[in-house]
Ligand binder design. Structure first.
Ligand SMILES: Nc1nc2c(ncn2[C@@H]2O[C@H](COP(=O)(O)OP(=O)(O)O)[C@@H](O)[C@H]2O)c(=O)[nH]1
Ligand SMILES: [Mg+2]
Length: 209
């Protein structure tokens, strides 16, 4: 899968605006300012495909990107920004929960977490909820470059313990250095490939006429 073959598709503000579910969705979620846009940009090797912002909590839509005619990357609005109104928080929850519950082609939610800090309750809530729904998710611990290799391991072990994860279930990442990038691409490519394997492209034509 060539992640550099990427194009912006659309911004959806309601479920009715989502693109046809012909490719798998990989969605990206995380607290505002955690480094979600930077991670997506790094993944597709663009500097500003997704705008990195000093004004967190701004995006309130699902932003779809098409990768290599085989995969949708879905940039979800960031959560947990203290200054947004209750109403905005509610609409985040409404749109995201409908999306996660209804979108059958969502093959994985990448949950981006800051490796430097203890687990925040909103991150825990999100992961508990994904587990409850049996939705596959991939935690990515980012901003690893801000820590020594030792502290990376130490903090990752603490987050693993908080989330009851084993090291192979998550990725330590840095948008700045590219640490963990190959791992992330490999995981996403595998998910996209298994989705294609699950669809029978010749299904309509297998019966001889
Ligand atoms: N050192 C470091 N800074 C990062 C990393 N990822 C993001 N940042 C910085 O964190 C801030 C927020 O990043 P952004 O991608 O806009 O976060 P978003 O709100 O989650 O989309 C920006 O100043 C980024 O430059 C990283 O891996 N390492
Ligand atoms: Mg962003």
């Amino acid at each position: 899968m060539d992640f550099r073959k990427v194009q912006f598709l659309l911004s959806a503000h309601a479920m009715g605006q989502l693109p046809e579910p012909i490719y798998p969705d990989i969605a990206f979620a995380g607290r505002s300012n955690v480094g979600k846009s930077s991670l997506i940009n790094r993944l597709v090797e663009r500097t500003n495909l997704v705008k990195t912002s000093s004004r967190p909590g701004k995006t309130q839509s699902l932003n779809y990107f098409l990768v290599d005619n085989g995969l949708y990357l879905v940039d979800l609005p960031g959560y947990g920004f203290a200054q947004v109104s209750k109403q905005t928080r509610k609409s985040w929850q409404g749109l995201i929960s409908r999306y996660v519950e209804i979108r059958s082609t969502l093959v994985c939610m990448v949950v981006i977490i800051d490796l430097r800090h203890e687990l925040k309750s909103l991150d825990r809530d999100l992961i508990d909820w994904l587990r409850y729904l049996h939705k596959p998710f991939l935690p990515v611990y980012t901003k690893a470059d801000k820590l020594s290799r030792n502290d990376q391991q130490k903090n990752a072990a603490l987050l693993d313990a908080s989330l009851t994860l084993t090291p192979d279930e998550r990725i330590i990442f840095s948008s700045r250095t590219g640490q963990g990038l190959d791992q992330l691409r490999t995981r996403i490519t595998a998910l996209a490939t298994s989705f294609q394997g699950g669809v029978d492209p010749g299904g309509f034509f297998t019966d001889p006429i």
